[in-house]
Unconditional design. Sequence first.
Length: 290
Amino acid sequence: MDLFSFRTGRKPVREVLQVEGMDEALRTGLWNVCFEHFWREAASSTWTPSGGYVAIFVRALWNRHLGLPLDMINRYWQRTYATIRERFMGCEWYEVYDFLEFATLHWPDHLAKEHARTPNPAFRSACNVVLAREMAGYRFVGAHVTPITAEEDMACVETALAGSLNVVRQHLDRAVALLSDRTQPDFRNSVKEAISAVEALCQRVTGDDSASLGAALKAMEKQGALALHGAFAGALQQLYGYTSNADGIRHALTDEPTVELEDALFMLVACSAFVNYLTAKAARAGLSLG
């Protein structure tokens, strides 16, 4: 589904992919993970501010992360819980990730249902499910929340969207819309649209609107200034082959492969980078693509 706010330029790619922000659905989903793994346990235990494993965790969170006076911890759990919740829901988006990192490192290991070198794997895994579902640009890798989409990558996509031919931009628009749909993302077809943007641009360069990407790349070898290095062209052929072979993206929908967010993001950024590269190369050669 094409998103009006993105299609009309009202919402940049960074915001759609939640790299420098956090919408209500993402924040609430992460809080619910905390509730299931931490606060439900706290509510079901005999709460006292001065003793027990839950109190040790809450005191560490209260003092070392939230920076609140310890004498403000209330003897009634619901009031203490309300203060923590208010801080979580009202803090900056990046402070939510600080909260999650602190929690995974300080919630007692013996309470985790699974054990691994890195603490609380079940909590981290549940967070990653929410992060993937809500199209966040971050994941838990070990005990740390790590970017999976660099700022430079998103800038590359935005440049391609702003400066491309209409037919190329339509494919990239569609790739981002399919990838970023919060309710029903379609990573498989997002990849297809991303490579189709490259194919459409190469068709315009060669003047053959019916050429496949492979045929267009071969034709470009004969065009002097627009010829690509053999290794570079080969890499593009490999990407195209990934989307075209029996297990790839353009095969029948009944044979659907496993395509994850990370796969779709990689293809979107890689194809956008090539669109930017070839557009600049054509401009340098004095070739009008309009």
